[in-house]
Ligand binder design. Structure first.
Ligand code: HEM
Length: 438
């Protein structure tokens, strides 16, 4: 047992924490000022911000069973129910086992065709346009990809409604996280109505998908959920099937959208990197469209995505709530406290990454797994709760970037790297200028 680690003190310590957790930079400043273990309170809630790979290993791997995932953003449960993102053990293990086959390498290979088809459509939409909102374009494409791959549907006219519901969800989600600040707690009600309506829209859509699959089963995720049986041979409840369906609609594309948008923004600011990207694409693809088999032959293209995910991890903060007293390093974490890990701070730490602010896709040339100190590069989380869609995300983002960059050049931009962080780390300015490549 030790004294409480250093950290800002007071009821609501500082403006940055008032708007918790909207400021990745503020959390980074905390680790710089107070060290690798920072403690602070917001209202009556005790937080510990960890920032060293050894602590990460302890909290998320060796002592993971002393924690649950349900920390701040419990507002997510309103929409995601008990789907994989929000479920706790033992439900979590069972659900993960059921959905994993949908993410199998062989399935990803099949999904790649839909990604390339949607990439082609995106290229067509960009023809003749000088300026493109890369966030809106990527969102349109990745939402359609999730529909076609995991659910075997063409979202068609439902797409704007689904995207709107998801945007409200993320807005409300981060609003809910403000609820840590006790004084702001009552404001929740303002968001509640909007959030409930978006949850209803997503559930209605999921219900329609499920009804269709009950009548005509396919090979998609919903059909898999309908066929699944638990240890006692019982089917999943309707609520569980719906929660999982909504979870994958929500979790499956906004993160990839953000990764792609940052990749294009970073390329716009780093024309030298764009030249290298073009050189790789010409050497490997020679003007044809990319395919699944090309992925392992496009290390620089993948490095561009890896760097975007390092500098701007879409889900930039991971947290866990201690369900019993637990020691992390020299610090005694009491039951009920929340342990936070800022991927934004960790992935820009000069102890683990040379020249950490620089965009250098070549730093990943030996392969993403081999190129970083363990437990320092975690855009997909880790251990038992590691992102189940990671393989999907690499496949989709690398193919889409390869396809678009084979066709267009992004022009230099001075819009800067301002972000609009909430629960995810969106770029603030997403309009970029492109020209067709010869
Ligand atoms: C670049 C894209 C993506 C990023 C950066 C990302 C990031 C993450 C992170 C950090 C976690 C762990 C959160 C935690 O431990 O608290 C996670 C979990 C999850 N992700 Fe992703 N994700 C991405 C793409 C996807 C895709 C494409 C899907 C679905 C097709 C997906 C579905 C999920 C699910 C279901 C979980 C919960 C897994 C579990 O708890 O067992 N994600 N993701």
């Amino acid at each position: 047992m030790t004294d409480s680690p250093p950290g800002p003190r007071g009821f609501l310590p500082g403006r940055a924490l008032l708007s918790f957790p909207r400021h990745p930079e503020a959390f980074r400043r905390l680790t710089r000022r107070y060290g690798d273990m920072v403690s602070f309170r917001v209202g009556s809630q005790q937080f510990f911000l960890i920032n060293h790979p050894d602590q990460v290993r302890e909290a998320f791997v060796t002592k993971h069973d002393r924690f649950v995932k349900g920390w701040g953003p419990v507002g997510g449960k309103t929409v995601l129910g008990f789907g994989l993102v929000t479920a706790e053990r033992p439900l979590h293990q069972r659900q993960r086992r059921i959905v994993l086959p949908a993410m199998h390498r062989q399935r990803l290979e099949e999904y790649a065709a839909a990604v390339v088809r949607e990439g082609r459509a995106m290229c067509r939409r960009w023809e003749g346009r000088r300026e493109v909102d890369v966030l809106a374009e990527a969102r349109h494409t990745t939402t359609r990809v999730i529909g076609e791959t995991l659910f075997e549907v063409d979202l068609g006219d439902d797409l704007p409604r689904i995207n709107h519901a998801i945007a409200v969800f993320f807005g409300r989600f981060s609003g809910r996280m403000h609820a840590f600040a006790g004084a702001l707690r009552r404001l929740r009600f303002r968001w509640a109505a909007k959030g409930a309506a978006s949850a209803r829209d997503l559930r209605d859509y999921a219900d329609r998908l499920i009804a269709a699959r009950r009548e005509r089963p396919g090979r998609d995720l919903v059909s898999m959920l309908l066929e699944a049986r638990d240890e006692d041979g019982q089917p999943l409840s309707s609520d569980q099937i719906r929660d999982e369906t909504v979870t994958f609609i929500v979790a499956g594309h906004e993160t990839v959208t953000i990764a792609l948008a940052w990749a294009w923004k970073l390329l716009a600011e780093n024309q030298g990197a764009q030249e290298k990207l073009h050189a790789e694409l010409e050497a490997v693809l020679g003007g044809r469209e990319p395919a699944f088999e090309d992925l392992r032959r496009l290390p620089y293209t993948q490095g561009v995505i890896a760097e975007a995910l390092r500098l701007f991890p879409p889900q930039w903060m991971i947290g866990r709530r201690a369900v019993e007293d637990v020691q992390i390093g020299a610090t005694a974490i009491p039951r009920g406290a929340i342990v936070l890990l800022s991927l934004f701070a960790m992935q820009r730490d000069a102890r683990w990454f040379d020249d950490p602010e620089a965009f250098r896709p070549e730093r990943w040339s030996a392969g993403v797994e081999k190129s970083a100190t363990p437990y320092t590069y975690l855009p997909f989380g880790l251990a038992l709760r590691r992102c189940v869609g990671e393989g999907f995300a690499w496949m989709e983002s690398t193919l889409l970037l390869a396809q678009l960059a084979s066709t267009f050049r992004v022009l230099p931009s001075t819009s800067g790297q301002k972000s609009a962080p909430r629960v995810l780390l969106w770029p603030k300015h997403a309009n970029l200028r492109f020209e067709a490549r010869a």
